[in-house]
Design a protein around this ligand. Structure first.
Ligand SMILES: NC(=O)c1ccc[n+]([C@@H]2O[C@H](COP(=O)([O-])OP(=O)(O)OC[C@H]3O[C@@H](n4cnc5c(N)ncnc54)[C@H](OP(=O)(O)O)[C@@H]3O)[C@@H](O)[C@H]2O)c1
Length: 227
């Protein structure tokens, strides 16, 4: 499948690399492809620049947000939540129309200590859906570290949970199939996109759990719904 991954950060790389490994045709979207390739600076987490990462992932293409969105039958939003709507505007509503838009972003404001800039009665997933009414938004994978998103087997033999929600049943089925292909077994459908409020609001708790486990490198944990 042709898949666009909007975002060159940890999430964009983890998702793009794994989707390519699974046999998909992946193009990553960025603001300025030439600038992204020219950058020699490590990212804010100290990871090597994108140009170094892509050398080890030669099947992954890089383009502008618009070029990538045009390429993808499925578009993954892995941009910073504070600017996701702007990044998707740069991708172009016309390039998102009718497409599955898998939204992994979180509305975290780290300038305010990791608070949420939208919550309770609205969510970033819903804001994106309202901004791009012709896209079919599915919220998923935002509740865990990027290393686990499409590699659930790296933790507890894959015995943990991932949530999906969205207003379009076919779009959710497409995302669910991708999740299964990546190895997920416990995929919990939470219903319509209003459920994005709840899964985004898990993030302040996720951050406190992460700190309690030691912070920094202690990110390999996840939610497990035991019934
Ligand atoms: N890190 C995790 O493990 C994790 C886990 C769950 C969910 N998430 C969510 O996933 C998303 C991506 O997180 P991340 O840590 O990989 O990366 P990030 O640093 O939050 O975002 C990187 C991306 O945002 C784009 N961006 C930054 N400023 C922009 C602007 N002004 N206009 C347009 N685009 C802009 C960057 O574009 P350029 O490529 O042009 O630089 C880059 O592609 C976030 O919403 C985060 O909350 C992250």
């Amino acid at each position: 499948m042709r898949i666009a991954v909007m975002g060159t950060g940890m999430v964009g790389r983890a998702v793009a690399g794994r989707l390519a490994e699974l046999g998909h045709e992946v193009m990553v979207g960025t603001r300025d492809a030439a600038a992204t390739m020219a950058s020699t600076e490590p990212d804010r987490m100290g990871n090597p620049p994108f140009s170094v990462w892509v050398r080890d992932h030669p099947a992954v293409k890089l383009g502008s947000f618009a070029e990538a969105a045009e390429h993808g039958a499925v578009v993954v939003n892995a941009t910073n939540g504070n600017v996701s709507v702007a990044a998707l505007e740069a991708a172009g509503a016309v390039n998102l129309a009718g497409k599955v838009l898998l939204d992994i972003s979180n509305p975290l404001d780290f300038s305010q200590g990791g608070t949420l800039f939208v919550k309770d009665t609205d969510s970033l997933g819903e804001q994106i859906q309202r901004a791009f009414p012709d896209a079919r938004v599915v919220k998923s994978l935002n509740t865990m570290n990027s290393a686990l998103m499409l590699n659930p087997g790296r933790l507890a033999g894959g015995d943990h949970s991932v949530f999906v929600c969205g207003d379009d049943a076919d779009a959710k089925a497409t995302v669910t199939e991708l999740l299964r292909q990546a190895g997920w077994r416990d995929i919990l459908d939470l219903g319509d996109l209003a459920a994005a409020r709840g899964v985004e609001m898990l993030m302040p708790a996720w951050l406190r759990i992460w700190q309690a486990l030691g912070g920094s490198g202690h990110t390999m944990f996840n939610w497990k719904v035991i019934r």
